[in-house]
Ligand binder design. Structure first.
Ligand code: MHF
Ligand SMILES: O=c1ccn([C@H]2C[C@H](O)[C@@H](COP(=O)(O)O)O2)c(=O)[nH]1
Length: 283
């Protein structure tokens, strides 16, 4: 939580204004931030200086792992966070590749679970990584990537957290996640939860202890209409101790994640938080 507040404060104090053409909004921006989450010691990085809708964040990462590409599937899992990008962005509505209401196109898991090979066909990156790690193999390239520049015009948004690299040291699993662009008031509140949950789940289904997750952010920004609530409300609040995340131990395989896991398989204990803050969302 302190790392998050330090980053928010750094943007407020040192950020530079950048015009963003896609959203037509100005962003107060810094370059490079490195956050670390101690998953092995259950230091769940949930924001406490406002109410965080952590279930929505977990629904998003489950949807990515399942390769979803439709906002209705994300809603069925328990989050509406993809509705606006699928249905309200004019550039995507005008794109001939959009296949109707709720279509998000070829993004995130839709790519990572079926990454096109130059020689033809696809590779399921996640399945391969789970197989390797389950057999104790780390080939120094256990990389789940969602980044395919050749597919940008086929999806509603380029992936923000675009790469997850897993590593084994003895019986402990580590994760390095990379994010190219970060909406710190809204997106990061979710992305911290997602990096944590991804390592915890992957360790659980591959039979390893979770270690640390390292989260690299390149462009970290606050949109102009989010600055006042961040600076004048959220940053004036004292954080509470971090809560604990409990994951159903019956989740034992990638198939389990693909077939029966729901948000009921996750719970948070001892979550003390300040009141909710509604931040504007840039589509
Ligand atoms: N501008 C922007 N920021 C983002 O963080 C973002 C995008 N676009 N587009 C793709 C996804 C969608 N994400 C979202 C979308 C909405 C919320 C949101 O509205 N959060 C509210 C309420 C969530 C709820 O009730 O479930 C919040 O207070 O956190 C968060 C992340 C993250 N990503
Ligand atoms: O997981 C996510 C997804 C998206 N974001 C934010 C970062 C940016 O504010 C927008 C994406 O806009 P681009 O013009 O494609 O950079 O969404 C996030 O923080 N986390």
């Amino acid at each position: 939580m302190k790392q998050y507040l330090d980053l928010c404060k750094r943007i407020v104090d040192e950020g530079q204004w950048v015009n963003n053409a896609r959203t037509n909004k100005k962003c107060l921006t810094v370059i490079n931030a490195d956050l670390t989450y101690d998953v092995g010691n259950n230091q769940f990085p949930l924001v406490t200086t406002r109410k965080s809708f952590w279930k929505s964040a977990i629904a998003e990462i489950l949807g990515y792992l399942r390769g979803y590409q439709n906002a209705a599937d994300f809603r069925a899992l328990g989050t509406k966070t993809w509705d606006a990008n699928a249905n309200d962005n004019q550039a995507w509505l005008n794109n001939p590749n959009r296949k109707g209401q709720d279509d998000m196109g070829l993004i995130y898991g839709a790519l990572g679970r079926a990454f096109p090979k130059p020689s033809g066909g696809h590779v399921d990156l996640l399945k391969q990584i789970v197989e390797d790690l389950s057999n104790g193999i780390d080939n120094r390239g256990e990389i789940l990537t969602f980044y395919h520049p050749g597919a940008f015009d086929l999806g509603c948004l380029r992936p923000c957290m675009y790469e997850h690299h897993f590593s084994l040291l003895g019986d402990t699993l580590y994760l390095n996640s990379t994010q190219r662009s970060c909406d710190v008031p809204l997106g990061l509140n979710f992305n911290m939860v997602q990096v944590y949950v991804l390592l915890a789940l992957m360790a659980q289904i591959t039979g390893h202890k979770p270690g640390k997750a390292y989260h690299k952010i390149v462009n970290a920004h606050i949109y102009e209409d989010q600055l006042a609530p961040m600076r004048d409300i959220q940053l004036t609040r004292e954080p509470f101790d971090s809560p604990k995340l409990i994951i159903n131990p019956e989740i034992k395989s990638l198939k389990d994640i693909e077939t029966w896991v729901t948000l009921d398989d996750f719970s948070v204990e001892d979550y003390q938080h300040h009141d909710a803050i509604q931040y504007p969302f840039a589509v």
